[in-house]
Design a protein around this ligand. Structure first.
Ligand SMILES: [Zn+2]
Length: 83
């Protein structure tokens, strides 16, 4: 009658420590380095702020530029650690 928490629920609340999905320190620093890359408008050179999807100066669409940056970031994160 008295509520007893089943052990499988307690286990599910414990923090997961699956090495297979956790980011490594190296991957984390690669992301941080990538975030620090100075992005500027390819047309007028205006420095961009994170989150800009068009140039605040000339209005250029930055989608292609951001996609290339994201591609470099993903490649960097997925690169084996011995390279
Ligand atoms: Zn611009």
């Amino acid at each position: 009658m008295v509520g007893k928490t089943p052990p499988q629920i307690l286990r599910r609340c414990a923090p997961q420590n699956d090495k297979g999905v956790m980011a490594t320190e190296e991957q984390i620093s690669r992301v941080l380095i990538s975030l620090a890359e100075i992005q500027s408008c390819g047309l007028c050179g205006t420095r961009l702020r994170w989150g800009d999807f068009e140039c605040p100066h000339c209005g250029a669409d930055l989608d292609d530029q951001l996609r290339l940056w994201a591609q470099r970031l993903v490649d960097a994160v997925n690169r084996p650690s011995n390279q």
